[in-house]
Structures are given as structure tokens and as C-alpha cells.
Design a protein around this ligand. Structure first.
Ligand SMILES: Nc1ncnc2c1ncn2[C@@H]1O[C@H](COP(=O)(O)OP(=O)(O)OP(=O)(O)O)[C@@H](O)[C@H]1O
Ligand SMILES: [Mg+2]
Length: 250
């Protein structure tokens, strides 16, 4: 499946002040939050956003709809901030957009604590599987929208892709520590859902998740040709899924 693709030459502004990757808002075929290739995480962070977003949905966890957005070289911006301008210059080309969840809000800690295990254990499992460090109590990267929790911000996951030459047969077996995770207290119950979740991800499903990543992004980030790069991600993730899973035994 390929994602919808849009082109834009206009940026409305920063989504929120102080967000580490300075996502911006654009209006093109709808309103989207744009994660920029010129931000600190670079193109690999965009790949992680796409792949983990797909994996999450296969596990039944809601993530805002993803699209691809080409930022044109002759762009304009309503926000004249100099640093933002430099970031946009670095981000000309293909970026990743998320449907803007109008009216979404950050949940309070007690609301997160009340979420059921079917959701929270799924999130823990996803984060352990994809090596996502970015769902802590202080920054849970969960939004409430339409009475439902939505997962955002997976750019820091799959960190092995910053150092492919050091990926070995055993790298995918790295144990996950859930210390600091917003749902860490529930980790002891992961085994309850482990088999059910794992069944949803076979090699075909992993391939489908990698297929949404366009060649342009892989070519900009991976040392190998796009199809070989996809196969390398799939192999890593499949080895990580082999029981006993290193993220359900910790
Ligand atoms: N799709 C969306 N719809 C509405 N608001 C969003 C959406 N995605 C992100 N936000 C808002 O923007 C904030 C920052 O987004 P995100 O976490 O993806 O970026 P970040 O640069 O990694 O930020 P941080 O460093 O704060 O984690 C979120 O906490 C949320 O308030
Ligand atoms: Mg965030």
C-alpha cells in the first residue's frame, strides 16, 4: 500500500513551542502535522514514524493517519522565526505528515492510569518490540481525541538504523528495559497478551509495514538499495519476534 502524497509550498507555523523536533502545520488535502526531515532525527526518524505507525495499527492501537508531503523549494511560512526557516530549508523534499487531531489534548496521569490493560499492554509491547524510548511518565506521547487514546511520536524508535554496520545477528535480541515507561508498572502482565499480539505480525505483515516507506526516504537514509534496506528492517524485526521475545521476558 502506498500512502497519499501531497505537495505544499506553505507552512502555517510551528505546532507547539518547545517540541524537540519542531513539527509544523500545513494545509494540503487536509490539515497535517509535518515531521521534518531536517530535524535532529533526520530521515531515519521519519522512517521510524511510518513503520511504527503501521505496526501499531496492526496491533489495534490508534495512530493519526499518515501521508507524505513534499515541501517545495520555494516555500513560504506564516511563522518568520529564523531557526524555523533554517529547518524548513533543510526539509525541502519529502516529509511525513500526520492528520491533525483537532481538539486533541494531553491526558492527565490519572487518566493514563485508568486506561485498560488491552491498550496499555499493547503499547508496552509495541514500544519494547520497536525499541521506542519515548513514552515516559513525563512525556507519554499519547493524546486523547474523541474520547480515545492515540499514539504519537515514534521517531526515536528503531534506533539501530542509525548504525547499520554494527547490526549483527544478535542485535535484535537486545533486552528491553521498561524503566521510566509510562506503563512500566504493568510489565509483569505482558505475558497475558504476548501470544495474541505476536500472532498479528508475521513476515507478510512486517513486509507490508515496510512497504509504506517510499524509496526516496530509504535511499536518503540507508546504505543499501531500498528493497534491500526494507528486507534488513524486516529481518531485524522478525528476529526480535522470535520467542522468547526479548521485550516480554524483561
Ligand atoms: N496529529 C496531531 N494532532 C494534534 N496535535 C498533535 C499531533 N501530533 C502532535 N501533536 C501535539 O504536538 C506535540 C509535539 O508532537 P510530537 O511529540 O510528535 O513532537 P516532538 O517534536 O517529538 O515533541 P516532544 O519533544 O515534545 O516529544 C504533542 O505533544 C501534541 O501536543
Ligand atoms: Mg513528543
Amino acid at each position: 500500500m502506498s500512502l497519499p502524497r501531497f505537495t505544499t509550498h506553505h507552512v502555517l507555523g510551528r505546532l507547539v513551542r518547545g517540541a524537540s523536533s519542531s513539527p509544523v502545520i500545513v494545509e494540503t488535502g487536509g490539515r497535517f502535522v509535518l515531521k521534518l526531515r531536517g530535524a535532529g532525527g533526520g530521515v531515519p526518524a521519519l522512517i521510524a514514524e511510518l513503520v511504527v505507525g503501521e505496526l501499531a495499527e496492526r496491533l489495534g492501537l490508534p495512530v493519526p493517519e499518515r501521508v507524505l508531503v513534499e515541501l517545495e523549494a520555494e516555500f513560504s511560512s506564516d511563522d518568520r522565526n529564523d531557526e524555523l526557516h533554517d529547518l524548513l530549508v533543510r526539509s525541502v523534499g519529502l516529509n511525513v505528515g500526520f492528520r491533525y487531531l483537532d481538539g486533541a489534548r494531553l491526558p492527565r496521569p490519572e487518566e493514563l492510569a485508568r486506561l485498560d490493560d488491552a491498550f496499555a499492554l499493547g503499547v508496552l509491547w509495541l514500544d519494547g518490540f520497536t525499541l521506542n524510548p519515548d513514552r515516559t511518565s513525563s512525556n507519554p506521547n499519547i493524546l486523547f481525541w474523541k474520547e480515545r487514546p492515540w499514539l504519537i511520536d515514534h521517531g526515536a524508535a528503531l534506533s539501530f538504523h542509525y548504525d547499520w554496520p554494527h547490526v549483527t545477528e544478535t542485535s535484535p535480541r537486545e533486552l528491553t528495559s521498561y524503566a521510566g515507561h509510562v506503563f512500566a508498572e504493568r510489565a509483569g502482565r505482558l505475558s497475558l497478551l504476548d501470544a495474541t499480539l505476536a500472532r498479528r505480525l508475521d513476515p507478510n505483515a512486517l513486509a507490508a509495514c515496510l512497504n509504506v516507506v517510499p524509496d526516496e526516504l530509504l535511499a536518503a537514509a540507508a546504505p543499501e538499495a531500498p528493497d534491500r534496506a526494507r528486507a534488513a528492517y524486516e529481518a531485524f524485526l522478525w528476529k526480535r519476534l522470535k520467542p522468547p521475545r526479548p521485550f516480554t521476558t524483561a
